[in-house]
Design a protein around this ligand. Structure first.
Ligand SMILES: *[C@@H]1O[C@H](CO)[C@@H](O)[C@H](O)[C@H]1NC(C)=O
Ligand SMILES: *[C@@H]1O[C@H](CO)[C@@H](O)[C@H](O)[C@H]1NC(C)=O
Length: 242
């Protein structure tokens, strides 16, 4: 009976995860990390180990965001969202500087976004674009205390923050409720069949101590009325245990 109770508990846990946790993430990636939706995008603020001083090279940042994008900013509103939320996550002590998903485009001879976004909004620190770094070594970072952007070295600089970004999957967000429902139905069916099978097995063992083989001869395993009765018996037993 103990193991049955345990399986009930894990079933409840599954229901909690499916009903409470998933819908909160909306159309954001479900990769086990915390993604925050804002407008039609999702953001993951990389936490790192609490007790370690953070320092990420550009390569580290790209590795943390593998499969997604490094932070890209398309509007003043988005810039403000990032600095507001950064101050909540990192408390700004010491001031956190995060990598931006930018590179130097030799065609336009200017900084541009990875992933081909147009640079419709920018917030460069005065004179930052004049940086005398070699063109191919120009990367960019955002000061989350001031919201200003700065040109930094791709190869030499280390920053203490990483934010990953992904598009929000609108379809997925809409599909969610029915997906949860079907998952619940499947889970319930699995649970009922599982419990019934165990109860049936125990019954057979009890009635025919001589062995399962004999049991099979007399009771076909999935005879429906038997299973139903077993379920009722099981429910009473569970209820009466303190
Ligand atoms: C380079 O792009 C920035 C926006 O990021 C813009 O403000 C600046 O005028 C551009 N510089 C040149 C030389 O096109
Ligand atoms: C940026 O501007 C271009 C043309 O001005 C426009 O087509 C594009 O949709 C804009 N991108 C964003 C992200 O606002």
């Amino acid at each position: 009976m103990e193991s049955l109770k345990k399986s009930h508990r894990s079933l409840l846990w599954c229901v909690f995860v499916l009903c409470v946790q998933l819908p909160l993430t909306g159309g954001c990636p479900a990769d086990g990390r915390t993604w925050l939706p804002f407008k039609d995008r999702c953001y993951h603020f990389v936490h790192g180990d609490e007790d370690k001083i953070k320092s990420y090279s550009f390569e580290d940042a790209k590795t943390h965001c593998k499969g997604f994008e490094l932070l890209t900013i398309q509007s003043g509103e988005e810039n403000k969202f990032v600095i507001d939320y950064s101050s909540e996550v990192w408390k700004n002590s010491p001031p956190v500087i995060v990598w931006l998903g930018m590179y130097y485009d030799s065609n336009t001879q200017n900084m541009t976004w990875l992933h081909d976004y147009a640079v419709n909004f920018s917030n460069w620190e005065d004179g930052s674009l004049m940086s005398d770094l070699a063109a191919m070594d120009k990367c960019a970072a955002l000061h989350t205390n001031t919201g200003k952007w700065e040109i930094v070295s791709c190869s030499d600089d280390l920053e203490n923050g990483v934010i990953c970004e992904a598009a929000q999957d609108k379809e997925k967000a809409k599909r969610k409720p029915s997906a949860v429902l079907s998952a619940l139905v499947i889970l319930s069916v699995v649970a009922i069949v599982g419990v019934s099978a165990v109860v049936w097995f125990l019954h057979q063992k009890h009635n025919f101590g001589s062995g399962i083989v004999t049991a099979f001869e007399y009771h076909p395993p999935f005879r429906v009325p038997d299973t139903d009765q077993s379920c009722l018996v099981e429910a009473e037993e569970t209820d009466s245990t303190p």
